[in-house]
Design a protein around this ligand. Structure first.
Ligand code: TLP
Length: 346
């Protein structure tokens, strides 16, 4: 295949030549000694963007979430989370192993929870129960089809957590997308969270890297656990430089990804048997159901591969498509044509 159209995830992007140049030119030092100037500048920059006292550079979004959960909780605590969230489903059961916590799962609407639901999930102060310590939210919500949390909804949840003495961690792997789509600053979203994780390696197109942000005391704990989890990195300014480049050049362009996702959803809606709600596509993720096409999601995935288009089967009948830096408007039309051909042949 000459060129794959890879819609499996926005994690598949490759660094652009300009990003690679920035990486090659980076000033570096030993970051475990806190001596990498490029990493230090990135941490300060992201902390500022999120309006937090401090931030720490870590290898992945998974590690960022795990460190936040570890730093906020004690073994035996309970964490309220949405049932389709990333930490609950896609982090290898890490919270049980690394933090010894259990989840209390709530079912949201496209991954989004209400303050009233969360309030009902908080355990009474009774020795029979685990201690509810932390609430985790995800914005945008991956399995929720890239759904954006309205900022007022987050603020209401945050007020609830404060009134109940709980902490709130925001998995903001794609907070950049939420910010661009809703016209709400990162700072404003982050005000409704004690800690925030963000990823540079998704829509922003960096090859590696996430950050956790919060108070100085919290980041100090995160730093200790990062060492314990083996996430201390050395001359990592080369990677942080990709992050700086991404923040300079790749935030505003997320609008293109959102436009492409919408176009994809509208085109898919025209195809018989596909069940999709284009009005729910707010950012760069498109989820649809193929149950009525007579094909399963893995069968469709295989058939699309034959046309040079890579897609991701989310279970038996659900498919996820994600637009990103390496997918053009033209690619979207090619992909839609391929879907049409595959589905009309079945
Ligand atoms: N998500 C990946 C897969 O793990 C599902 C993807 O392709 O979308 N939080 C959210 C909301 C995420 O979507 C992801 C990655 C992470 C955290 C973890 O980031 P990494 O992959 O850097 O560990």
């Amino acid at each position: 295949m000459e060129k794959w159209i890879d819609l499996r995830s926005d994690t598949v992007t490759r660094p652009t030549p300009a990003m690679r140049k920035a990486m090659a030119d980076a000033e570096v030092g030993d970051d475990v000694f806190g001596e990498d100037p490029t990493v230090n500048a990135l941490q300060e920059r992201v902390a500022r963007m999120l309006g937090k006292e401090a931030a720490l550079f870590v290898p992945s979004g998974t590690m960022a979430n795990q460190l936040a959960i570890k730093s906020h909780t004690q073994p035996g605590d309970e964490v309220i989370i949405e049932s389709t969230s990333h930490p609950y489903n896609f982090e290898g059961g890490g919270p049980a192993v690394l933090s010894g916590v259990q989840f209390y799962c709530l079912k949201g609407v496209r991954g989004l929870l209400d303050a009233s639901q969360i309030e009902e999930g908080i355990r009474p102060d009774d020795h029979h129960f685990p201690v509810t310590r932390l609430v985790c939210l995800e914005n945008t919500h991956n399995r929720g089809g890239g759904a954006v949390y309205p900022v007022e909804k987050m603020a209401e949840i945050y007020r609830l957590t404060k009134s109940k003495g709980l902490l709130l961690h925001l998995d903001g792997a794609r907070l950049w997308n939420a910010s661009v789509a809703a016209g709400v600053s990162l700072h404003e979203y982050a005000q409704s969270a004690d800690s925030v994780s963000v990823c540079l390696s998704k829509g922003l197109g960096a090859p590696i890297g996430s950050l956790v942000a919060g108070s100085k005391t919290f980041i100090d704990r995160v730093h200790r656990f990062r060492k314990m989890f083996g996430g201390g990195m050395r001359q990592v300014g080369m990677i942080a430089a990709a992050g700086h480049y991404a923040l300079d050049h790749h935030i505003e362009r997320l609008r293109e990804d959102h436009r492409n996702a919408k176009r994809l959803a509208l085109g898919l809606k025209e195809l018989e048997g596909i069940s999709i709600h284009p009005e729910h596509v707010e950012t760069n993720i498109v989820i649809f159901d193929v149950g009525q096409t007579g094909m399963t999601a893995p069968q469709l995935t295989e058939a699309m591969k034959g046309k040079g288009v890579l897609i991701h089967a989310f279970g038996k009948t659900q498919v996820r498509l994600v637009t990103h830096l390496d997918v053009t408007e033209e690619d979207i039309e090619i992909a839609l044509k391929a879907f049409d051909e595959v589905l009309s042949k079945r």
